[in-house]
Design a protein around this ligand. Structure first.
Ligand code: ATP
Ligand code: MG
Length: 497
């Protein structure tokens, strides 16, 4: 192919973004985060540009409220320099993310623009950042296991493709490190990593240490750090989800690693409070409780592919009943709790097996595996119960056979659960060790991680031919599907060859 089509594409893309009829308004008030303007005519969710006077640039903002003539806007960037009278120009569009296979290996900002200085993502295909979740009746059932490479999870908390799991922990207990391990070791086709509200320095650390070049090549990172505006953090979460949806629409199994949902909730709280919403629980406004399911329900399985979601939740003061934890736990299909006590004992990953649950473990693991996992859980429970007695030397061997067994297996179980950051464990290895501890032989069929054939990272020919036929928006996609008389649920998860 010559360079011509890409020039035309670029031209089309540019012209599409030029709005010949500018709807212009003027700033009348800036109060904290909230900017009010008189005009332009705009709808909720529409992107507007606010011009900083004397040619000092523009700030992107989103319409969040409308009151008679007054438009309420939340900026994506810094409000410094905006003054009464600054022009507000409506774009006529909501936030959309350019998507393409070229996103692999790239680092994007909250609006889907590259942050890594490696050139634009020139794509005519755009996905809306805020989209509805898949039709519940068309979602494929979760029946296939996904490998995380982490023994505690693959062994005792098996996760299915399309399952959504929360990782709950206090600060510094190892949430981000665990996400990094999963990103590197999973057998998902593509990772989408959302770093929302995290410290800026952590981004490079995550890329260099946690992902590494290999992990990065099959990942897309969307970053909105803690110093960015609440709108940027909020929309960063949506943008990452939209990118994951794009890859899911290609029939792939996507791993969405989201760090941290709590920062998303806090961004929503800041916006809600700035707009005058009443604080409900711990200062969280009703819009937080409303936006959480809207975000989390978008992952999971669709009729085409799957998004397996791991969402980290920072548990305030290790209180699992604080509002964000409580809301998220009710929506997701499982939770992994990391315990500070284990982390302090240098037992990493600090998974509190008994406090964690995977609601789909039964659906994706075989009967012998379940039996072995149940046995190990029971031993851990028995040991924990008797731990105080054992530690003070008050327990005498031979008094209780269950405790004797728990003590005898304690080291083997700890060795199984403790795993170095760089140590990868395949599902086969994990289940073999688990079988040995439980004294059962887990049949080979139960160890198989169903693959759709070997997934080869898409090369340049991937989907290029199809790109032109691809719908530009979801609405067009829906129209095309209707035109083609596509019946529900029969589109198959063919995936990329
Ligand atoms: N698997 C591990 N092996 C060894 N050390 C670990 C492991 N996981 C975490 N740690 C230690 O715990 C520290 C904190 O881990 P991490 O940054 O992942 O926690 P976090 O829960 O994401 O923290 P925050 O709440 O601040 O985001 C790391 O710097 C590291 O020293
Ligand atoms: Mg972290």
């Amino acid at each position: 192919m010559t360079a011509l089509p890409s020039i035309i594409d670029k031209y089309l893309e540019t012209t599409e973004q030029v709005d010949p009829i500018k709807c212009v308004g003027h700033v009348i008030k800036v109060q904290g985060l909230l900017i009010e303007s008189s005009g332009p005519q705009a709808v909720i969710g529409e992107l507007c540009r606010i011009e900083i006077p004397r040619g000092k640039g523009v700030v992107q903002a989103e319409v969040v409220g409308l009151r008679e003539e007054v438009v309420q806007l939340m900026p994506y960037g810094d409000t410094a320099g905006i003054e009464v009278g600054s022009r507000v120009i409506a774009s006529g569009r909501r936030l959309e993310v350019p998507v393409s296979k070229k996103l692999l290996g790239r680092v994007l900002d909250c609006m889907g623009r590259p942050l890594d200085g490696r050139g634009e993502i020139a794509s005519r295909v755009r996905y809306p950042a805020a989209a509805p979740p898949p039709d519940p009746l068309k979602r494929k059932r979760i029946t296939r296991r996904i490998a995380t490479g982490v023994r505690a999870i693959d062994g005792l908390l098996a996760v299915g493709r399309g399952q959504r799991v929360g990782i709950f922990a206090g600060s510094g207990v190892g949430k981000s490190t665990l996400l990094g391990m999963i990103a590197r070791n999973t057998n998902a086709d593509v990772n989408v990593v959302a770093l929302v509200g995290e410290r800026g320095r952590e981004v490079n650390d995550f890329i260099a240490n946690d992902l590494g070049p290999e992990g990065l090549a099959r990942s897309v990172l969307v970053v909105a750090t803690s110093d960015e505006s609440p709108m940027a953090r909020l929309r960063g979460a949506y943008t990452a989800t939209a990118v994951a949806e794009y890859f899911r629409d290609q029939g792939l199994d996507v791993m969405l690693l989201f760090d941290a949902v709590t920062r998303f909730a806090r961004a929503q709280r800041e916006i809600g409070l700035a707009m005058g919403e009443p604080p409900a629980t711990r200062g969280y406004t009703p819009s937080m409780f409303d936006s959480m399911p809207k975000l989390l329900e978008r992952s999971g399985a669709s009729d085409k592919g799957t998004i397996t979601g791991f969402y980290t939740i920072l548990v305030d003061g290790d209180d699992m009943d604080e509002p964000v934890s409580d809301t998220v736990r009710g929506i997701l299909d499982g939770h992994i709790v990391l315990s500070r006590r284990l982390a302090e004992a240098y037992h990493y990953p600090a998974v509190d097996v008994l406090g964690s649950i995977s609601r789909k473990a039964q659906a994706v693991s075989g009967p012998v595996t379940q039996k072995a996992a149940g046995y190990i859980r029971r031993l851990i429970a028995v040991y924990n119960e008797a731990e105080d007695l054992i530690n003070v030397g008050a327990y005498h061997q031979g008094t209780n056979p269950a405790i004797d067994e728990a003590i005898a297996r304690k080291k083997a179980i700890d060795d199984f659960l403790v795993q170095g950051v760089d140590e990868k464990s395949s599902v086969v290895e994990t289940l073999q060790v688990m079988g040995e501890i439980a004294g059962v032989e887990i049949p080979v069929e139960e160890m198989q991680v169903h693959q759709k054939g070997t997934f080869v990272l898409p090369d340049d020919s991937y989907r290029d031919a199809a790109d032109d036929e691809r719908p530009d928006t979801r609405e067009e996609a829906a129209e095309q599907a209707v035109d083609a008389g596509q019946s529900a649920g029969d589109s198959g998860a063919e995936g990329v060859p």
